[in-house]
Every structure is written in C-alpha cells, then in structure tokens.
Design a protein around this ligand. Structure first.
Ligand code: ATP
Length: 248
C-alpha cells in the first residue's frame, strides 16, 4: 500500500448554530486506496466529521471554524457538495437515503448526474454496480421505498459508485441491519475497495465489524480523537476490548 494520503483533516473545529462546539480539534489522515474507520458512540461526532469533508454541514447550520481539510493536495472547505462529487468525493448518508418513489435502477442512475463521459460509460458502470449487488439487478424495476432495509443500503452505495468516486464517505452502513446483512455489506465494501481502488472513510458504532474490515481506525469521544491505530492493533487493545468491543 502506498503511504500517500488522499485526505487530511487537520485540527478542525465544528460549531453548530454559532454556539454548540461539537468537534474540538479533530485530525485524521486517510491513505489512498485504504479503508479508514471513525468509531465511537452515539453523538461522538462521527457524522459531523464526514459532513465537514463533504460540506453538508451548512444546511444544518454547522460550520468548520478552525483547521483545514485537504483533499488530493487542495483545500476543499467551502466547495459546494456537487463540485466535490465531480472531484471524486461522495457521501452515503446515514439511514440509506433513497428516492422512495423512483425504482432501484432510477436511483442508481441519479448517481451519474455529474458525469460527462457519455451513456455507454454510465451503462458499463451500471453493470459494474449490478455485479457487486446482484440483488439490485433482480430488484431493479421495484420502487425503492418498497425494498428492504438492506436493499436500500445497497442502492445508496450503488448510487454513490455511479458517480465514479475516488473516495466514499460511508455513514453507519450497519445501522438497523441484521448481522448477516451487515457482514454482506462490508464484504462488498471490501471488494469494491480492492477491485475498483475506491478509498473508504466510514463512520461506525459497530466497532467489532468495522475493525475487521478497516485497515486503520480512529476512536472519537465527545468531539476528540482519543485513540487511533492499525485496525488489528486496536482489536487487541485492552481498552478497546473493554469499552468498544463488549468483551470482558
Ligand atoms: P450518531 O451515530 O448518532 O450519528 P455521531 O457520532 O455521528 O452520532 P453527530 O451526529 O456528529 O454524532 O453529532 C455530534 C453532536 O453534535 C451531538 O451531540 C449532536 O446532538 C450534535 N449535533 C448534530 N447535528 C446538530 C445540529 N444540526 N445542530 C445542533 N447540534 C447538532
């Protein structure tokens, strides 16, 4: 693996509504081509960190007030989310946001809206997405709102892939899914990472599964990174075992 970082977050502070300080100086590096996990409990600031990168904070009256975010060598603060998508950064939101009234395939196609490389290329990528998610091919004509939670999560990830991203910010992919399905989703993330070279930065409360698939992890508590390290080291760390892996 290369040591080059696709993303560097340097000491950022995020404030909501001008007063609520949520990230209190967060720094992290995301190596190109890797899977990096941000771990921590409810309200630790995982989603806020991802939204700071994708610039989705503004609609929630949130603001990066300190520090810098550097993507492929350039500062990306204040870039509209659609511009970031064109530059290869896309976020899959928590709660698998799909367009409920569109079919699965129409949802996937909306992911290609920023592309200018023609229909043939988009069609090829649709087949690429179906090769990772055969279930979505079976369900392609179904209205997304009527598909299962797992299928909607797959649709949300597939839709992100249709933008030909370099990096996917994946928020809480395990949320609300049965353990077997969680495993299936993470297996697909792993093969997309390995075969397509897509970098992942994911936020997860499910430390156990995230540390089995990620290469490196950061643990966030009340807006601060309290620990970080290679995933296999974190899994063996006594504090991580006690507080995050639910083992005694
Ligand atoms: P979760 O798993 O619940 O999403 P998280 O680690 O992703 O947790 P965040 O969603 O980033 O945490 O929230 C961090 C803190 O920021 C929480 O205390 C939350 O209440 C607060 N917060 C989030 N969004 C807003 C907002 N729009 N306005 C004010 N406070 C917010």
């Amino acid at each position: 693996r290369t040591e080059e970082n696709i993303l560097e977050i340097n000491n950022i502070e995020v404030i909501y509504n001008h007063v609520i300080l949520v990230l209190k100086g967060v720094s992290l590096s995301v190596p190109k081509g890797g899977i990096t996990a941000i771990l921590g409990g409810n309200g630790a600031g995982k989603t806020t960190t991802l939204k700071a990168v994708s610039n989705l904070l503004r609609s929630e009256r949130g603001e990066v007030t300190k520090g810098s975010i550097v993507y492929q060598g350039a500062r990306i603060q204040d870039q509209p989310p659609a511009d970031l998508v064109r530059r290869g950064v896309i976020q899959v939101m928590e709660g698998r946001h799909c367009f409920e009234h569109l079919t699965v395939e129409e949802n996937l196609m909306t992911g290609a809206y920023t592309r200018t490389d023609g229909r043939a290329a988009v069609q090829r990528d649709l087949e690429m997405v179906y090769s990772y998610f055969p279930r979505l091919k079976e369900r392609r004509k179904s209205q997304a709102g009527y598909t299962s939670g797992g299928e909607q999560q797959m649709t949300a990830i597939g839709r992100a892939l249709m933008s030909r991203p370099d990096m996917i910010l994946l928020d809480e992919p395990s949320m609300g899914l049965a353990p077997q399905l969680v495993e299936q989703i993470f297996e697909i993330v792993k093969s997309v990472n390995e075969n397509e070279g897509v970098t992942f930065l994911l936020a997860e409360q499910n430390t156990n599964v995230a540390l089995r698939y990620a290469h490196y992890g950061y643990i966030l508590e009340s807006g601060r990174i309290v620990m970080d390290g290679p995933a296999d080291e974190l899994r063996e760390n006594p504090d991580v075992k006690e507080f995050y892996l639910g083992m005694s």
